[in-house]
Design a protein around this ligand. Sequence first.
Ligand SMILES: Cc1cc2nc3c(=O)[nH]c(=O)nc-3n(C[C@H](O)[C@H](O)[C@H](O)COP(=O)(O)O)c2cc1C
Length: 158
Amino acid sequence: MVRALIVCTSVSHGNTRKIADVMGAVLSASVMAPEEVDPTELQGYDLVGLGSGIFQMSFHPQLREFVRALPPQPATAAFLFSTSGFSEPPFRRYSRSLERQLEQKGLKVLDTFSCRAFDTYKPFKLVGGIRKGRPDIDDLQAAHTFAEHLRMQTIPAS
Ligand SMILES: Cc1cc2nc3c(=O)[nH]c(=O)nc-3n(C[C@H](O)[C@H](O)[C@H](O)COP(=O)(O)O)c2cc1C
């Protein structure tokens, strides 16, 4: 069985947590906030997932700080996931940027998942938010399928 851990910051509406819980169930992984994780324990896992909502075109500061403070790791498979009002714009590849930082720490990002989610950022709050009801059943199914593919891709360390 793959030993997996999911590190998730979900502070706005719990949107990303819904995605993390589905992935966690598929991978038999605990879902923990960055402040609950001892970075030195990551090396005990075959697969580490990191995710948050997107805030001002970046992953949440708590997740970014967790990655920044990580000590160098033995080669470990990883994945990224996020929820946001909009898709990642081509001029601001925040997933790629976090992926690079993870790679510098020894974590190799196998894949990235993103879906739209309820968004009440300032201008949208005035109209009651956008993407109401997201993540929906289709998003959760997509997260499930994504995690199944990861599980098949990840060979447990002996
Ligand atoms: C202050 C603030 C800033 C946000 N900035 C962005 C953004 O830059 N791009 C985007 O697509 N969504 C943005 N959003 C929407 C969130 O990414 C979205 O609601 C996300 O699902 C929140 O995840 P969470 O509920 O797991 O915290 C923003 C929301 C808030 C409240």
